[in-house]
Design a binder for this molecule. Structure first.
Ligand SMILES: [Ca+2]
Length: 251
């Protein structure tokens, strides 16, 4: 039973889409303790860049930590979702911080390109923190956000889903909906506004066209059969019999 649980957990993790997308960025300027600031960008799934990184070097046991849903306080190995980003790898120009700590080094508007440790991928993280492990507080941290939600309206459902996945988002709930104007199978609307900034991995819901509603006796084309339609039918029947009293059903 334990094995089954483990396998299903691994499957759900591998299927989860919560990672930072390529091109996504995170602002680590808040809360700004020890003058931490900078913009972190995902270059590819194994590489990030920190631009204009500032940190006064204060605090004990400070690390650059990648995490999920802003959790950075248990990266020591028990969890699959947290990691010391540069454990054992000195950042550029730094040769003596063997365990990956960055306290004691003064960063002033530095641009750092950092390769993730072997086996780690940005597909598994959606946030970054300059984390003081001794106190359990982030000096500066934030979620990775994608800059542009693609415009999916008018695309085929398949193309829209591909576009979502390619840009790091998830496919949410697909709702079929009647439309007089949108071709069958194409997207009518999306839950996240095109061009807006939302977290990478966010599932975007789509409404997809069923084409025009074809419902017999739906006299007002609202795709609902109710008393109004019955009244219209009765009215038509009466009118027809008045004009053509010999018509079938009027005798
Ligand atoms: Ca109707």
């Amino acid at each position: 039973m334990k094995n089954i649980i483990c396998i299903s957990l691994l499957l759900s993790l591998s299927n989860a889409l919560y990672g930072a997308c390529v091109g996504a960025s995170a602002d680590i300027s808040s809360p700004g303790f020890h003058a931490v600031s900078g913009i972190v960008t995902v270059i590819d799934n194994n590489t990030i860049q920190i631009e204009d990184f500032n940190f006064d070097g204060g605090g004990p046991d400070v690390y650059i930590i990648l995490g999920v849903t802003d959790s950075y306080n248990d990266y020591s190995g028990a969890s699959l979702t947290r990691v010391i980003l540069i454990d054992g790898v000195a950042p550029q120009g730094m040769s003596d911080n063997i365990d990956g700590h960055i306290n004691g080094f003064n960063y002033f508007n530095e641009d750092l390109v950092i390769t993730l440790p072997a086996g780690k991928s940005m597909e598994n993280y959606n946030g970054i923190s300059i984390w003081c492990d001794a106190v359990g507080v982030g000096f500066g941290q934030g979620p990775f956000v994608q800059l542009v939600v693609p415009n999916l309206v008018g695309m085929t459902q398949a193309n829209a889903e591909t576009a979502l996945v390619d840009t790091g988002y998830g496919v949410g709930v697909i709702t079929p909906q009647y439309s007089e104007v949108v071709v069958v199978g194409n997207v009518i609307s999306q839950s996240e506004v095109a061009g807006s900034t939302i977290a990478c991995g966010t599932a975007v819901n789509l409404s997809v066209s069923l084409g025009p509603c074809v419902l017999q006796f739906d006299t007002n084309n609202d795709c609902v059969m109710n008393l109004l339609d019955l009244a219209n039918i009765a009215s038509l029947w009466i009118t027809d019999c008045y004009v053509s009293p010999g018509a079938a059903g009027c005798s």
